[in-house]
Design a protein around this ligand. Sequence first.
Ligand SMILES: CC(C)(COP(=O)(O)OP(=O)(O)OC[C@H]1O[C@@H](n2cnc3c(N)ncnc32)[C@H](O)[C@@H]1OP(=O)(O)O)[C@@H](O)C(=O)NCCC(=O)NCCS
Length: 179
Amino acid sequence: MTKDRFEETILLTIRPEIAGDGQGIYRVNAEAFAGAGEAGLVDKLRARNGFTLSLVAIRGSQVTGHALFSPVTIESPDGNLAGLGLGPVAVLPAFQRQGLGSLLIDAGIDQSRQAGYPFIVVLGHPDYYPRFGFLPASKFGIRCEYDAPAEAFMIVELRRGALAGHRGTAKYQPEFNGV
Ligand SMILES: CC(C)(COP(=O)(O)OP(=O)(O)OC[C@H]1O[C@@H](n2cnc3c(N)ncnc32)[C@H](O)[C@@H]1OP(=O)(O)O)[C@@H](O)C(=O)NCCC(=O)NCCS
């Protein structure tokens, strides 16, 4: 005799944040980074519409992951180039290493490219971000305004040649100072 089995399907959705996601986003960042710095940064940026794209991973009805993209400008004597910075990126510890971070980052890169942005920078682990196409920003003559190891500051061109002639310093939104 066979026994019927009920298998619960838990849907995973990647979508832009909507009203009501704020608390879940705060929790994801606070738990992933084991502190309030990044979580508070996201709240401060939201309070003045200071970010461009905020993506959440929703599992069931729970926010389990988050990726933020905010304006970054490469300032050089030849002129400024406006693009985006990725970060923070966070996944609840219990859901890490299941592909959520990758889904969020890939979706954010696709949407940023479709929206016409020329580049995305990230300050993060040099073993993680190259899989999404990020290269050391130093290869393009682009520095981070913050004191960070050169290999941790990376950039992805969203259309070929977008960075040509734009060597300089990448400037984040003021809320990033001190985080
Ligand atoms: C980094 C983070 C967002 C990745 O999300 P995730 O859902 O766990 O990642 P994915 O499942 O898509 O990818 C897993 C891969 O990322 C790698 N990875 C995860 N965190 C990493 C880290 N901090 N450094 C280097 N590699 C990392 C793992 O080695 C794994 O690679 P493997 O599959 O080859 O073993 C998540 O681990 C996290 O929230 N970490 C704490 C907060 C943080 O450090 N954020 C990033 C700041 S730059």
